[in-house]
Design a protein around this ligand. Structure first.
Ligand code: ADP
Ligand code: MG
Length: 467
């Protein structure tokens, strides 16, 4: 009797949802009994139940009313896994439209990471053990993000930094930092299930799961995680279905005090193509950015890398490289690696000459994209004005001139925007940079002594830039 009733409900539902949704969300349901107009259905998990309630409650009600009458009610029976020692699923009844505490999830033998085409280094957490706090250099550029990460690593899910959202441009250390958090949690809390996944991988797994009708197993797998690290969520852009499932996973984990850590290449507010409700969740915890590393941090990073590779390179080389490459840390590492490769191939020491050669040949960009720091250093040496003063508020005449000259060269020799140049000079705005360029041009036109200085400086600059 109840089977037939449910079968009729299904016929009705089938006409009102698309095939994929029907297969994913209705085929797995097992009718259990019908008693006093209460139909009990068994669903595979708590998540499944919530999904039905969120998305299909009206449809279910309609179907039930048609079959049973206006007093019809629905009750869910959720399969709960009672731990590893029990293979018998346990049922927990949940009346429809009635919120309830979670009792656990049904965890089947399903692991989206074992789906074909998905490579993993470490089946259990997908973390790269080389990314740790120990080799993550701290600087002004990452202080907030790093200390928030550190706090989360100590007490995952407990701090108010949940979710922890880190954002910043490419190569600035997002992946390294979130993996360091993951590795540290694994060390501090061996019992916790930490999972790192890139958002591309998450999307592909979800698509595969949909294709193989494993959507609910997919969610169950993720709902079982204690610390979920999702890298580069900007790739969720315009992926409606993925966002939906992620939204549910997110809510679920968050509600049960599980830690969520995410990265993105831009601040949440600029995440275009993401549902508003998802973006607003991202802002619940702490959002911290990673900025371009300053000169001192770059020196520290280079020194650290060299040490860990057992290499010694002269200080002037370290400084030269740090001055010249101010784009991002990944590029900095690229330069170091090729320097070392050249040195060992040519059986030469790494010295300034080699560094210059390599920087010249390596990346075309570097000729034109000489770092602003490098320009500032050259100008400050030439005018004997401390480099900090170029970025400071000082209005002393000789400082103002040096600052304007440095801005002028930054405009000429780099591809930085006026805004970005201003930012490199203590956060001045772009009109200040325009004004500086004009003043320098005026002085070149009207002051022979200044013109001579500029020629000299240009030679120096070119020598350094191109040698
Ligand atoms: P993103 O994910 O932001 O693109 P990554 O985390 O992949 O950047 O970092 C690029 C490279 O720079 C990695 O090899 C990483 O180890 C290194 N790196 C980034 N930040 C730091 C840092 N603060 N200290 C040491 N190495 C760093
Ligand atoms: Mg990354």
């Amino acid at each position: 009797m109840y089977k037939q009733v449910w079968e009729n409900c299904l016929q009705f539902i089938k006409k009102n949802v698309n095939e994929q949704s029907f297969k994913t969300w209705f085929s797995p349901i097992v009718p259990l009994n019908l008693n006093n107009q209460v139909l009990t259905i068994q669903v595979p998990s708590q998540f499944f139940y919530e999904w039905l309630e969120d998305n299909y409650v009206h449809l279910l009600k309609q179907a039930l009313t048609r079959e049973i009458g206006p007093l019809a009610r629905l009750e869910y029976s959720v399969i709960v896994d009672k731990g590893n020692d029990s293979n018998q699923p346990l049922s927990v009844n949940i009346p429809a439209n009635h919120s309830s505490k979670h009792n656990g999830n049904s965890i089947k033998d399903f692991n989206p990471f074992s789906l074909k085409g998905i490579g993993v280094h470490d089946q259990s957490s997908n973390l790269n053990s080389g990314y740790v706090f120990d080799n993550y250099i701290e600087g002004d550029c990452n202080r907030l993000a790093r200390s928030a990460g550190y706090a989360v690593a100590k007490k995952p899910g407990v701090t108010s930094f949940n979710p922890l959202m880190l954002y910043g441009g490419v190569g600035l250390g997002k992946t390294h930092l979130v993996q360091a958090i993951g590795n540290s949690i694994k060390d501090n809390h061996p019992g916790k299930f930490v999972l790192y996944v890139s958002s591309e991988k998450f999307i592909n797994q979800f698509i595969d799961a949909l294709k193989s009708h494993n959507a609910q197993e997919f969610s169950n797998y993720y709902l079982n995680v204690d610390v979920l690290i999702i890298d580069d969520v900007q790739f969720f852009r315009d992926k409606e279905k993925t966002q939906e499932i992620f939204f549910h996973i997110f809510n679920h984990l968050h509600q049960s005090g599980k830690q969520i850590i995410m990265t993105s290449d831009c601040p949440p507010i600029e995440l275009k193509g993401l549902q508003e409700r998802l973006v607003s969740r991202f802002k619940w915890g702490l959002t911290a950015d990673l900025q371009h590393p300053d000169f001192e941090t770059r020196v520290a990073i280079i020194t650290r890398k060299m040490q860990s590779d057992g290499l010694i390179i002269p200080e002037e080389v370290v400084e030269y490289v740090a001055y010249s490459v101010d784009t991002n840390i990944r590029e900095l590492e690229g330069v170091l690696i090729s320097m070392i490769a050249h040195a060992s191939l040519m059986k030469k020491e790494v010295d300034l000459e080699l560094a210059k050669q390599i920087l010249k040949n390596l990346v075309r960009d570097i000729d034109s994209e000489v770092g602003i720091d490098y320009i500032q250093k050259t100008v400050s040496d030439y005018f004997k004005v401390p480099m900090e003063d170029l970025k400071a508020k000082t209005r002393k005449k000789e400082v103002v001139i040096a600052r304007q000259v440095a801005m002028y060269f930054a405009k000429d020799y780099t591809n930085h925007s006026l805004k970005s140049i201003g930012a490199h000079f203590g956060g001045r705005d772009h009109s200040t940079v325009i004004h500086a360029v004009q003043s320098v041009n005026d002085m070149i036109d009207t002051n022979a002594n200044f013109r001579h200085k500029m020629d000299e400086l240009k030679k120096r600059m070119k020598m350094r830039v191109l040698v």
